[in-house]
Write a new protein. Structure first.
Length: 573
């Protein structure tokens, strides 16, 4: 029997409450863990370590169990601006909850969910009924992300615009915490008396993330014993006796100059003891969610095995439509308010194979990060690494957002231009001995700089670097005159000088805090936000301040999206 069919039979046990059944005095046990894995939403039995990938969930993430264990809330990365769905634990009966939203968390009674709802330039927390009706925004939560509803229903914890943990009442009104917490995520204990979060310990580059438990009554913070590879994004078990978390596992890459970072799902007791890899066979990509406890006398969940179903062959990427003009597209109009969407089965929606376009206007940002390429959602700051990209640099989105043109580092130090799908598959050589890829307006050609120096290519003279245009399939490579506006258009960045915005200088003045080369910056598709990489802070110290940032075209405070990102980012149209 296939694994997902076995789940269909076994998982209804999760609907049983956490208390013991009649005639059974044994303590309940923790349920299954749902997590975003490399192949999709993965269900893990923490008792056995057996994991199962739910079918057709490769573009879903951020799973969250309902309080009765009968449904999962998930975020779809395939929709134009991300959307939240709910579905049964076997992946069926998928229903749209809310468009332009992510990071759902259930109320204790399962009647509502809190989400991070995207607006034009930011996100705010919103509460929505479980059937998709009654959407209301929580005031005072601009640029908020990763909400978590407390089990007692009294508070919602979230990451505020400054990167600190804040709490708000479901009816509105911020509530104070006993201490300031800087974290990438937070989790409530089952009795709502404690918060678990990750914190960085040690110096940048030689330290690691640790788990911290804050007692909300006493204000006492307890740092749990360190775990090799660090500990990130904790989740409490339903019984409150364990914590699940992600730990980084550096693995040497066969090519390239950096190592690729994988994450694994780990579990340990709340006192830090018995830390162990809960499922060694999976790579974890996001926070876990632990299902409600199951009475100990209930029939054990059995039959979970690695799915051996053959996966369908990937759909070939359609040939891009030839360009009709090479002039830059006009700025897209600002999006209106997000409509309230009635829930509908996902079967009525357009299918989303892995090579479908990713989000449209102001979509995902592709950038080089630690160990490879990353896709970053600017609306909520969430990022995910692209597997198999340790040797890839300088990503550039195709106009249809179905591919990235990248530099690939060779063992001899040379670089070549490849195309690769956004999930890291189907890498194809386009042009050898070339760098700095970009696309023609229609997407049928790739532009790149090719070195034509004689002998060992050590010269940095501009005369040795020639602009080339080549078909996406690698054919018809030819030199291009940079002055030919039909083939190549450059635009210098203009930026307001109001004392708070980022200022760009020429190469001769690139020094001091807040200085950035415009070659490491790009406008959002609607030209209202700028994304850039560099070191921003009071010292301009790259060891602490370097990363991918975004800032409004109206000025204001820049937001750090991904630490240690380098090179020019590319923003999906």
């Amino acid at each position: 029997m296939k694994a997902w069919l076995a789940l269909l039979v076994a998982l209804p046990l999760l609907a049983v409450g956490s208390g013991a059944t009649a005639g059974n005095s044994a303590a309940p046990r923790n349920g299954l863990i749902a997590i975003e894995g490399g192949e999709g939403i993965t269900i893990v039995d923490p008792g056995t370590g057996v994991d199962t990938v739910l079918p057709k969930t490769d573009l879903l993430g951020e799973p969250a169990w309902s309080p009765d264990g009968t449904r999962l809330a998930v975020t779809s990365w395939a929709d134009d601006s991300n959307s939240v769905y709910t579905m049964k634990p076997d992946g069926t009966d998928r229903r749209l909850l809310l468009e332009s939203a992510s990071s759902a968390s259930w109320s204790p009674d399962g009647k509502q969910l809190v989400v991070a709802e995207a607006t034009k330039l930011s996100t705010s927390l919103a509460i929505v009924n479980a059937d998709g009706t009654g959407v209301r925004t929580l005031p005072g939560t601009d640029e908020a992300s990763l909400p978590k509803w407390s089990p007692d229903g009294k508070l919602i914890a979230f990451i505020d615009r400054s990167g600190l943990v804040s709490t708000i009442k479901p009816q509105g009104g911020l509530a104070a915490l006993p201490t300031k917490i800087a974290a990438d995520g937070v989790a409530w204990s089952p009795d709502s008396s404690k918060l678990a979060y990750d914190a960085y310990q040690g110096k940048e580059g030689v330290g690691h993330a640790v788990l911290v438990v804050l007692d909300l009554v006493s204000g006492r913070e307890t740092i749990l014993p360190g775990v090799q590879g660090g500990a990130e994004t904790p989740t409490w078990s339903p019984e409150g006796d364990q914590l699940a978390f992600l730990s980084r596992k550096p693995t040497s890459a066969s090519t390239g100059c950096s190592s690729h970072i994988d994450r694994e799902l780990w579990v340990m007791n709340v006192d830090g003891s018995n830390a162990h890899n809960a499922s060694p066979s999976i790579a974890a990509y996001g926070p876990a969610s632990w299902a409600p406890a199951i009475p100990a006398a209930a029939t054990p969940v059995t039959g979970l095995t690695k799915s051996d179903e053959p996966k369908p062959a990937p759909t070939p990427t359609p040939t891009p439509t030839p360009a009709v003009t090479s002039k830059p597209a006009a700025p897209k109009p600002a999006a209106g308010p997000t409509p309230t969407v009635a829930p509908t089965p996902v079967s009525k929606a357009r299918p989303a194979p892995s090579n479908e376009p990713l989000p449209g206007a102001n979509g995902l940002i592709a950038v080089r990060g630690t160990g490879g390429l990353y896709l970053v959602d600017p609306s909520n700051g969430r990022s995910r690494s692209i597997p198999g990209t340790a040797a890839m640099w300088s990503p550039a989105w195709s106009p249809d957002m179905k591919a990235l043109a990248v530099e690939v580092s060779g063992k001899d130090g040379s670089t070549s231009i490849y195309t690769v799908r956004p999930d890291g598959t189907h890498a194809q050589l386009v042009l050898a001995n070339a760098s700095a890829p970009s696309w023609s307006a229609g997407g049928e050609r790739i532009l790149a700089v090719r070195s034509e120096c004689a002998g060992p290519c050590t010269s940095r003279d501009d005369a040795d670097n020639v602009l080339y245009a080549v078909n996406v399939d690698g054919t018809a490579a030819q030199r291009v005159d940079p002055d030919d506006s039909d083939a190549y258009t450059s635009r210098e960045l203009a930026w307001p000088v109001d004392g708070t915005a980022i200022h760009f200088f020429d190469d001769a003045s690139l020094s001091g805090p807040g200085s950035f080369d415009s070659a490491a910056a790009t406008w959002s598709p609607d030209e209202t936000v700028l994304a850039f990489t560099g070191a921003l802070g009071p010292t301009g110290d790259e060891s602490t301040d370097n990363g991918l940032w975004i800032v409004s075209a109206d000025g204001g405070t820049p937001t750090l999206l991904l630490r240690d990102a380098v090179g020019r980012p590319s923003w999906a149209r």
